[in-house]
Ligand binder design. Structure first.
Ligand SMILES: C[S@@+](CC[C@H](N)C(=O)[O-])C[C@H]1O[C@@H](n2cnc3c(N)ncnc32)[C@H](O)[C@@H]1O
Length: 399
């Protein structure tokens, strides 16, 4: 949000928000030449962006107020001018949350598309070294042979600032180990009945996901005698399901020492055809590729890793390890605490998988009734699942 200070700025912000609220496209076009699509009115009791205001003004579709062309054009204009698809208002709602609860399907779809475009662009910029952590460059960097990047894309920070930023990041990780895979892997886990918790009280795995895990195993392993790999053992739910399909080879990659201990206690190392690979998949998989391992089914469900890791997993390794007629699945849980984020990540994944050479089929699975707000989440840091439908992916190579 722009920092509104002067009276003039406040007035401009009010006019932009008001034009957005009235779906007055011509006025908005003129105002956006002077001001930003991301202003907030600091004098308003309920802080709102122009996007939030435009969508809230549509009202509820089920009450006969389906958004008209002007509302749609307003939302499109704001997005074209830098309106942020996942900006939060004071009620912790994105514009998409308002569209969804008002059942404004047309607007919701526009926001999902905008989210997908933004995420794809962000990831491209990261790949090109134009975003994320790569922005931080120390002041005394005297490598002037390197091409200079636009100032907006690259921030120069002093050594002191870089250290301060590093300290803040480390503090955040100390508070929540799930923000960093290596910190998580060093942290103490607690196995409790029906739940696995990390040191920061994040639920790593919960037994309400059993039906989902069983379905993943069923869809990936259609017959006995296949070569299967699961990455991330957790509570062993999916591995137990995989065993019921009599695999010829069952590889398990797991990096946490306490999970190795549990695998040992439960006799997994002695099961016929089970091969346990201790270590991070990032270290284990290059060795398996080198050995020429080929698999009929691969499943991925790790923890404290982001979408970038999943993308690296399928575009670097699944493409090399999977038999041409094999199947790949992963735990589709990114963004599952907000419907629009879930829908955006699901689409981004499908597009990236397509680029990597996969077709994706989705199966919708309803999560157990009564999960939301239930006492199953007691003692956990936050409920990581608040939506109603799990979208289960099965990927095969494009033919
Ligand atoms: C969500 S749990 C998996 C749950 C499992 N699907 C089940 O059915 O119980 C994630 C697991 O991935 C492991 N893990 C996290 N990062 C990893 C990595 N980089 N390489 C291998 N395993 C990892 C965690 O230690 C944890 O056991």
């Amino acid at each position: 949000m722009a920092d509104q200070t002067s009276e003039e700025d406040v007035l401009l912000a009010k006019r932009i928000i008001s034009a957005a609220e009235r779906h007055d496209v011509p006025a908005l076009k003129i105002l956006l030449k002077e001001g930003s699509a991301n202003v907030q009115d600091p004098t308003a009791t309920v802080a709102t962006s122009p996007l939030h205001a435009a969508i809230a003004a549509c009202g509820k579709a089920e009450e006969g107020k389906e958004a008209g062309d002007d509302a749609v054009k307003t939302v499109e204009l704001l997005l074209e001018n830098g309106g942020i698809w996942n900006d939060l208002n004071k009620e912790d709602e994105t514009p998409g949350c308002i569209a969804l609860r008002s059942d404004q399907k047309r607007i919701y779809e526009i926001l999902v598309e905008a989210g997908v475009r933004a995420e794809l662009l962000f990831s491209k910029m990261e790949e090109l070294g134009l975003g994320g952590d790569d922005e931080v460059e120390e002041e005394d960097d005297d490598d002037d042979t390197r091409e200079e990047q636009p100032a907006a894309k690259k921030q120069k920070v002093s050594e002191e600032d870089a250290k301060a930023i590093q300290e803040i990041v480390e503090e955040q990780v100390l508070d929540d180990v799930s923000l960093d895979n290596r910190a998580y892997l060093k942290s103490q886990l607690r196995y409790k009945p029906g739940i696995l918790l990390d040191e920061s009280d994040n639920a790593v795995m919960m037994d309400w996901e059993t039906q989902i895990m069983q379905r993943h195993a069923e869809t990936l392993i259609p017959k006995a005698g296949l070569r299967v790999m699961n990455v991330g053992h957790g509570m062993g739910i999916v591995d137990t399901a995989i065993q019921t399909h009599d695999p010829a080879e069952h590889h398990i990659i797991e990096a946490h020492p306490q999970v190795h201990q549990r695998l040992r206690e439960q006799g997994w190392y002695d099961k016929p055809n089970v091969h346990i690979h201790e270590g991070r998949w990032q270290d284990v998989l290059p060795r398996l590729v080198e050995k020429g391992v080929v698999l009929d089914a691969i499943y991925y469900d790790t923890f404290a890793e982001d979408y970038k890791a999943l993308k690296e997993f399928f575009s670097e390794y699944v493409v090399q390890l999977l038999d041409p007629s094999g199947k790949f699945g992963w735990y589709n849980g990114l963004g599952a605490d907000r419907q629009i984020c879930y829908d955006v990540y699901t689409k981004v994944a499908e597009m990236d998988l397509h680029e990597a050479g996969f077709d994706t089929e989705w199966e919708d699975i309803r999560v157990p009734a009564g999960l939301h707000g239930s006492n199953q989440w007691e003692g956990t840091r936050r409920p990581y699942w608040t939506i109603d439908v799990y979208r289960s992916p099965v990927n095969t190579f494009i033919r």
